[in-house]
Structure formats: structure tokens, C-alpha cells
Ligand binder design. Structure first.
Ligand SMILES: Nc1ncnc2c1ncn2[C@@H]1O[C@H](COP(=O)(O)OP(=O)(O)OP(=O)(O)O)[C@@H](O)[C@H]1O
Ligand SMILES: [Mg+2]
Length: 265
């Protein structure tokens, strides 16, 4: 079991932003987390990373239960987290290689001595993600797409059991997005790789490897289950409260606005 939430609710500023969440993530599955702006996706991720605690209910991540045997640092070392807020914290004068290496220590900035094995691993990761050519460039000078790849590399450095990607394709052009998704797909296919939790606003980014989906609506689980069942016209029309069509091509879905059926003449 990677993650287990039972009846989890969370209040922020006197308002419930997450309500009675029940969710289990098992090893071997990769999940998409899909929901409108403000539906609580980032708050849910903050609960997983122990940046936020549940007001009610229990959260267990990688065998650690909050408030019990729990050590936030220990947990975070086993979770790779890529989000715009992580990106904003990275020092712009640190080069891409150093940013990747800092992932071994779950630190922002590289303060510890690395050994030859860590260094080699950093290079392998840079190679795998296609970042080698800008390894010595300062993070602050990289393009959005290059930064995202470096951040994924940083997240992989500690061999996480769980890799969380919160809208990793934000600001990427079509080609950069597809290249990034190809890297994510390769990570998802690794037999010993991490369980992936992928947050997006775009169903077009749902890869065939993401076999499970959680639809989050106004802080509650609207539905959770097989991607093929949930990413469908009828399900998403109910989810949005407006008619939409879903078409599948090459194992990837795309969404378009549907037309209302006339019930009166
Ligand atoms: N630090 C905070 N203090 C108070 N309320 C917050 C805080 N962060 C988020 N919220 C509120 O919690 C709700 C859920 O926000 P959250 O950021 O989790 O949504 P989201 O699904 O990630 O949205 P988006 O798709 O826009 O990133 C929103 O109503 C938001 O205003
Ligand atoms: Mg968010």
C-alpha cells in the first residue's frame, strides 16, 4: 500500500477544502488527479507530503501514519515532488547538475558532500531525461521545459517510492510537453520505478500508463477508479455539469464541448 486516506477532511481559513476523502493507492498503479481550479488537488498533495495535516480522518503514506510513528523528513525523502512551488524555491544560481544532486538529500540547495556513486547517478539521470547538454547551466537561465525536466531529475535522485507531479507541463509548448510526457511514461514503465501521481487540468495528458483516475470536485471525491471508465463522455459530463465528448486516439483521450440534447421542441 502506497497511500491510504480514510474519511479525510481539511479546513482552511474556516472553510472545508477537502471533505470525507477515501482513497487507496496501491503499488503498481499510476494515478491521475483531475479537478477544476480550487477543487483541492494541491491541498490533497500537501496532506500526502505532510505539509498539511488532516482536520479529521487518517492519512497513511508509505506505511507511516500521521501523528504516530511519523517523521515528516523521513517521509519526504521517499517522495519525489515536482510542482511550481518547488521550482520557485530552487536557487537560480545553482546549476542543473547541482539541482539534481540536491534531490539525494531532499534539500533545496546542495550543502552536503556527494560521493562518486551519487555523482554518477546524477549524470545518469541527467542523461535519461535529456538534460546533459545544459547540466552546467544555472537553473535560473533554463527554459520552462528544461527546468521541469531538471526538477523531475531532482525528484528521482532519492529513488522515491512515490513521484508526485503537480501540473508539470504548465507553460510548456506542444513538443516540450510531449517530450516530458514521454519521459514520464518511461519512468512509469520501469518495473522498479515509483508509483506516479499526476495532477493535470488537461485530459490530453493522460498517458496509457496512468491506469487509475481520481476526479476531485469541490473538495470531495466525485469518482475514483479505472481511467478507461472515468474518462468518458457521460462521466465527465456529469462531473462538469455540462455536456462534453471524449475521444480516444492512440491510447490518449481528448475532450471537446458537447451539444445539449433537445428535450422539448
Ligand atoms: N493557504 C491557504 N489558505 C487558505 N485557503 C487556501 C490555501 N490554499 C488553498 N486554499 C483554498 O483551498 C481550496 C483548494 O485549493 P487548492 O489549491 O488545493 O486547489 P487546486 O485544485 O490545486 O486548484 P488549482 O487547479 O487552481 O491549482 C481553494 O478554495 C483555495 O482558495
Ligand atoms: Mg493546484
Amino acid at each position: 500500500m502506497i497511500l491510504e486516506m480514510e474519511n479525510v477532511s481539511r479546513k482552511r481559513d474556516g472553510r472545508w477544502v477537502l471533505k470525507e476523502i477515501d482513497w487507496r493507492v496501491e503499488k503498481g498503479d499510476h494515478w491521475v488527479l483531475y479537478g477544476l481550479n480550487g477543487s483541492g488537488k494541491t491541498s490533497l498533495l500537501e496532506l500526502i507530503n505532510a505539509y498539511l495535516f488532516p482536520t479529521e480522518g487518517t492519512v497513511r503514506v508509505l506505511g507511516l501514519e500521521f501523528g504516530k510513528t511519523y517523521l515528516a523528513e523521513r517521509l519526504r525523502k521517499q517522495i519525489g515532488f515536482v510542482s511550481s512551488s518547488v521550482g520557485q524555491k530552487i536557487r537560480p544560481d545553482e546549476n542543473a547538475y547541482e539541482v539534481v544532486l540536491s534531490g539525494a538529500f531532499a534539500s533545496i540547495g546542495l550543502y552536503e558532500e556527494t560521493n562518486a556513486e551519487t555523482d554518477r547517478k546524477g549524470v545518469d539521470i541527467l542523461k535519461e531525461l535529456g538534460c546533459l547538454e545544459y547540466a552546467n547551466r544555472n537553473f535560473g537561465t533554463l527554459s520552462q521545459g528544461e527546468k521541469q525536466r531538471v526538477l523531475i531529475g531532482r525528484a528521482l535522485m532519492a529513488d522515491p517510492a512515490l513521484l508526485i507531479l503537480d501540473e508539470p507541463t504548465n507553460g510548456l509548448d506542444f513538443i516540450a510537453r510531449e517530450e516530458l510526457l514521454e519521459s514520464v511514461a518511461r519512468i512509469a514503465r520501469r518495473p522498479d520505478g515509483p508509483t506516479i501521481l499526476y495532477v493535470t487540468h488537461h485530459v490530453e495528458e493522460i498517458l496509457p500508463e496512468f491506469n487509475k483516475t481520481l476526479l476531485l470536485k469541490e473538495g470531495s471525491v466525485f469518482a475514483a477508479g479505472n481511467t478507461a471508465d472515468l474518462i468518458s463522455g457521460p462521466q465527465l459530463s456529469a462531473f462538469f455539469g455540462m455536456p462534453v465528448n471524449v475521444s480516444w486516439l492512440g491510447g490518449r483521450p481528448s475532450l471537446s464541448k458537447g451539444t445539449m440534447v433537445r428535450t422539448t421542441s
